[in-house]
Design a binder for this molecule. Structure first.
Ligand code: PHE
Length: 342
């Protein structure tokens, strides 16, 4: 009889080795511990054991039963773990507790500044428009009062395409299209990328950004321009800055000005940024020339307007204390990571 116990144990061990899943394990359990299972039969056989050996025999079968039970449980856990592992392998797990990689991207400093300008001007009722980067000669020059052979074209040499179009030299190239699209009254800003054939140095790039603005309405004067410029500056720099106008020539404004602001870094006392002058040249501007308004389909007997061309790249350099304009387009991650706005 005791031999039988060993045989059953051996048989169980062999069978357990070939179990592959929970269903097979369950079947094995029934086969050995079920109502008419192998171990149960051994227990039933106790009636054939001589009385003096019954106790010992019973104890042995019970031990075997417990051992088999324990083995089955152990194997069950093993199968469950394997199944989970398999599932994890086939599922994409997102662990929200893992710290974010420090190398995640961020907005370019120019974009950050542009977003800020958009926020400020839209809060004052301006709409935002876009301009083309590839423009017609008409939009870039003629429509802003720079006819062929005008010397002002020399200062804005650019890249011409074989079809006669060009890469726009200033955001003003969108003035005509926007005037025709909306008519008057109009309050609009239009940021964009501009191109010029430049000798490159720390303050000249072949690709740079401007943010132009126009306001056309009845009774518009330079005071309106000054008001909006001051609002914009105090929002960008977080403090009230003085502005001054110097005469400046642009064929599409009359009168035309260069708007300077008092240096936000030294308060006008003189420092490296303002080259000791206390003022920073920020933004050419002026009253839109009547010819330009006319070409844009605006009734000049009713309406006047101002326009300004903020140097977005320059404002960004001031805002982030970047000394060389070439760093802005260089794509150098060491630079960009320092201008990351969290
Ligand atoms: N378009 C001019 C430039 O790029 C700037 C400007 C815009 C001047 C609007 C006056 C008014 O030089």
């Amino acid at each position: 009889m005791v031999n039988n116990l060993d045989k059953v144990k051996q048989k169980f061990i062999e069978k357990l080795g070939s179990v592959n899943n929970e269903e097979e394990l369950e079947n094995l359990k029934v086969e050995f511990l079920g109502k008419s299972g192998e171990v149960t039969n051994l227990l039933k056989a106790i009636k054939d054991i001589p009385n003096d050996q019954k106790k010992e025999y019973g104890a042995l079968v019970n031990t075997l039963k417990n051992e088999i039970d324990a083995e089955l449980n152990k194997y069950k856990t093993l199968l469950e773990e394997k199944k989970l592992e398999e599932e994890l392998k086939n599922t994409k797990v997102v662990d929200l507790t893992i710290p974010l990689n420090e190398c995640t991207g961020s907005l370019h400093p120019i974009t950050v500044t542009q977003h800020k300008l958009i926020e400020i001007f839209t809060s004052m009722g301006f709409i935002v428009e876009d301009g083309n980067e590839v423009e017609t000669e008409y939009n870039n020059f003629e429509a802003v009062n720079i006819p062929k052979h005008h010397p002002a074209r020399d200062m804005q040499d650019t890249f011409y395409l074989s079809n006669g179009q060009l890469l726009k030299t200033h955001t003003s190239a969108a003035q005509n299209r926007i005037m025709k699209k909306y008519g008057a009254p109009l309050k609009v800003i239009f940021p964009g990328r501009c191109f010029r054939n430049e000798q490159l140095d720390a303050s000249h790039e072949n690709t740079f950004f401007q943010c132009e603005g126009m306001m056309i309405d009845k009774d518009i004067s330079i005071s309106n321009l000054i008001y909006f410029m001051k609002q914009m500056l105090s929002s960008v720099f977080g403090k009230e800055l003085n502005v001054r106008l110097r005469p400046g020539f642009f064929p599409f404004v009359e009168p035309g000005f260069e708007l300077d602001c008092s240096c936000p870094y030294c308060g006008g006392k003189g420092c490296n940024v303002c080259k000791q002058g206390g003022w920073i040249e920020l933004c050419p501007c002026g009253m839109i020339h009547p010819e330009v308004l006319k070409m844009g389909g605006i009734d000049i007997n009713k309406y006047q307007g101002f326009a300004f061309g903020l140097g977005l790249s320059r404002l960004t350099m001031m805002n982030f204390n970047i000394k060389d304009i070439r760093l802005l387009n260089g794509g150098n991650l060491k630079v960009l990571s320092q201008t990351k706005v969290k």
